[in-house]
Design a protein around this ligand. Sequence first.
Ligand code: ZN
Ligand code: ZN
Length: 96
Amino acid sequence: MIEDFECRFCGNSVKGKGYTNHCPKCLWSTHVDVNPGDRASACKGLMKPHSVVYTRTNYTIVHKCLKCGEEKRVEAAPEDNRDALASRIKSGPIVI
Ligand SMILES: [Zn+2]
Ligand SMILES: [Zn+2]
Protein backbone atom coordinates (compact mmCIF):
# COMPACT_ATOMS: atom_id res chain seq x y z
CA MET A 1 0.00 0.00 0.00
CA ILE A 2 1.58 3.28 -1.09
CA GLU A 3 0.32 6.41 0.58
CA ASP A 4 1.64 9.84 1.40
CA PHE A 5 1.10 11.08 4.92
CA GLU A 6 1.81 14.01 7.16
CA CYS A 7 3.99 13.29 10.18
CA ARG A 8 1.87 13.65 13.30
CA PHE A 9 4.89 14.65 15.35
CA CYS A 10 6.73 17.28 13.28
CA GLY A 11 4.27 17.96 10.44
CA ASN A 12 6.71 16.90 7.73
CA SER A 13 5.11 15.72 4.48
CA VAL A 14 6.25 12.17 3.90
CA LYS A 15 6.25 10.50 0.51
CA GLY A 16 5.00 7.01 1.09
CA LYS A 17 6.79 4.06 -0.45
CA GLY A 18 4.44 1.36 0.66
CA TYR A 19 6.69 0.01 3.37
CA THR A 20 8.17 2.81 5.42
CA ASN A 21 5.66 4.27 7.82
CA HIS A 22 7.91 6.54 9.82
CA CYS A 23 8.99 10.11 9.24
CA PRO A 24 12.52 10.38 7.76
CA LYS A 25 13.06 13.67 9.56
CA CYS A 26 12.11 12.96 13.19
CA LEU A 27 11.71 9.14 12.93
CA TRP A 28 8.35 9.12 14.73
CA SER A 29 5.80 6.67 13.41
CA THR A 30 2.16 5.72 13.79
CA HIS A 31 0.94 2.34 15.00
CA VAL A 32 -0.86 1.22 11.86
CA ASP A 33 0.76 -2.11 11.08
CA VAL A 34 0.61 -5.53 12.69
CA ASN A 35 3.14 -6.81 10.19
CA PRO A 36 5.16 -4.26 8.18
CA GLY A 37 3.04 -2.69 5.46
CA ASP A 38 -0.26 -4.41 6.25
CA ARG A 39 -1.96 -1.41 7.96
CA ALA A 40 -3.95 -3.94 10.00
CA SER A 41 -3.62 -2.37 13.45
CA ALA A 42 -6.56 -0.50 14.89
CA CYS A 43 -4.39 1.29 17.45
CA LYS A 44 -3.22 4.35 15.44
CA GLY A 45 -1.19 5.56 18.40
CA LEU A 46 1.94 7.68 17.99
CA MET A 47 5.11 5.61 18.07
CA LYS A 48 8.19 7.13 19.61
CA PRO A 49 11.63 6.22 18.22
CA HIS A 50 13.00 5.44 21.67
CA SER A 51 16.21 3.81 20.56
CA VAL A 52 18.23 2.86 17.53
CA VAL A 53 20.37 -0.22 17.14
CA TYR A 54 23.17 -0.21 14.63
CA THR A 55 23.72 -3.54 12.96
CA ARG A 56 26.58 -3.96 10.52
CA THR A 57 24.42 -3.26 7.51
CA ASN A 58 21.85 -0.75 8.69
CA TYR A 59 20.16 1.06 11.49
CA THR A 60 17.17 -0.54 13.17
CA ILE A 61 14.74 1.83 14.83
CA VAL A 62 12.92 0.59 17.92
CA HIS A 63 9.54 2.29 18.09
CA LYS A 64 7.39 2.24 21.19
CA CYS A 65 3.70 3.02 20.92
CA LEU A 66 2.61 5.74 23.33
CA LYS A 67 -0.94 4.42 23.35
CA CYS A 68 -0.67 0.65 23.77
CA GLY A 69 3.02 0.27 24.68
CA GLU A 70 3.85 -2.16 21.93
CA GLU A 71 7.43 -2.15 20.68
CA LYS A 72 8.27 -2.59 17.05
CA ARG A 73 11.53 -2.74 15.18
CA VAL A 74 11.90 -1.38 11.70
CA GLU A 75 14.89 -1.02 9.41
CA ALA A 76 15.87 2.55 8.74
CA ALA A 77 15.24 3.83 5.23
CA PRO A 78 18.03 5.37 3.11
CA GLU A 79 16.40 8.79 3.34
CA ASP A 80 16.17 8.79 7.13
CA ASN A 81 17.96 11.58 8.93
CA ARG A 82 21.39 10.19 9.91
CA ASP A 83 21.84 12.61 12.80
CA ALA A 84 18.48 11.67 14.25
CA LEU A 85 19.41 8.00 13.96
CA ALA A 86 22.90 8.42 15.41
CA SER A 87 21.68 10.43 18.38
CA ARG A 88 19.40 7.59 19.47
CA ILE A 89 21.89 4.75 19.25
CA LYS A 90 21.91 2.69 22.40
CA SER A 91 24.39 0.00 21.62
CA GLY A 92 26.76 -1.16 18.96
CA PRO A 93 29.48 0.64 17.05
CA ILE A 94 28.74 3.92 15.37
CA VAL A 95 29.81 3.60 11.76
CA ILE A 96 28.55 6.02 9.19
ZN1 ZN B 1 8.33 13.88 11.60
ZN1 ZN C 1 -0.30 1.00 19.65
